[in-house]
Design a protein around this ligand. Structure first.
Ligand code: PGA
Length: 253
């Protein structure tokens, strides 16, 4: 049985003092999620990680939004996995479409990060998803399949199910134009089948696949009741404790 997962992605939002405010107000959120057997967390800007983790501790998952694949070295402006590990961060979003679009992040680069995170016993949340153009051309599946194959290159059998996959159609991110439940299920199921062909049915049944893109309280339950959708990667609705809590309660009620 795959446990449901709600993961927030703050993107480039919240100064440390705003992040602290969220963390302080989030105590009940963690409790509520745990008592309903939902894994829940937020991935936050690097500078917010220390203060947020200090307050939230293990009540919610606290993750980063990116990392470098090398342990240390001449990579100005980057943050390494050992740096994250030392402050108790174990989850990292990899290959978000905004990083792919604005920072030239390729699936090959994502693969290096995924391998490095797994080597360190950490959880990569690997994002995939197509542009509106690819969607309109009817090429979503071949596009996403390529991202999955490249991202999982050399990932060992015993590590594969530790990766969380997030399917986020780019045309649905921050646009309020979410994909239908049917589309989300169709592509998440297709991703699971791809994982099955790369590994086996055991890995495919274990790996968690999230949907992301304009998930709101009104739509969360519809997505999470799909057979192959194990949770959501949530941008806008995770920014305030109230709206994030509403998302959780809309799912569990
Ligand atoms: P959104 O963002 O929920 O604001 O659409 C989702 C994401 O980019 O992870």
């Amino acid at each position: 049985m795959r446990r449901k997962l709600l993961l927030g992605n703050w993107k480039m939002n919240k100064t440390p003092s705003q992040a602290i405010e969220f963390a302080k107000a989030s105590k009940d959120l963690g409790k509520l999620a745990r008592s309903n057997k939902v894994d829940m967390g937020v991935c936050v800007p690097y500078i917010d990680l220390v203060p947020v983790k200090k307050i939230i501790k293990n009540s919610l998952i606290v993750g980063a939004e990116n990392c470098h694949y090398e342990d240390h070295g001449a990579f100005t402006g980057e943050v390494s996995i050992p740096m994250l590990k030392e402050i108790g961060i174990n989850w990292v979003i990899i290959g978000h479409s905004e990083r792919r679009t604005y920072d030239g992040e390729t699936s090959e680069k994502c693969n290096k990060k995924i391998l490095a995170l797994l080597k360190n016993g950490m959880v990569p949340v690997y994002c995939c998803g197509e542009s509106l153009e690819t969607y309109n051309e009817g090429k979503t599946k071949e596009f996403v399949k390529e991202q999955i194959i490249a991202g999982f290159k050399d990932v060992a059998y015993e590590d594969a199910s530790k990766v969380v996959i997030a399917y986020e159609p780019i045309w649905a991110i921050g646009t309020g134009k979410n994909a239908s439940e049917e589309i989300a299920e169709d592509i998440c199921k297709f991703i699971r089948t791809t994982i099955k062909s790369l590994y086996d049915v055991k890995v495919a049944n274990k790996v968690r696949i999230l949907y992301g893109g304009s998930v709101k309280p009104a739509s969360v339950k519809g997505y999470l009741s799909q057979k192959d959708v194990d949770g959501a990667l949530v941008g806008g609705a995770s920014l305030e404790v109230e709206s994030y809590k509403e998302l959780l309660t809309s799912y569990i009620d």
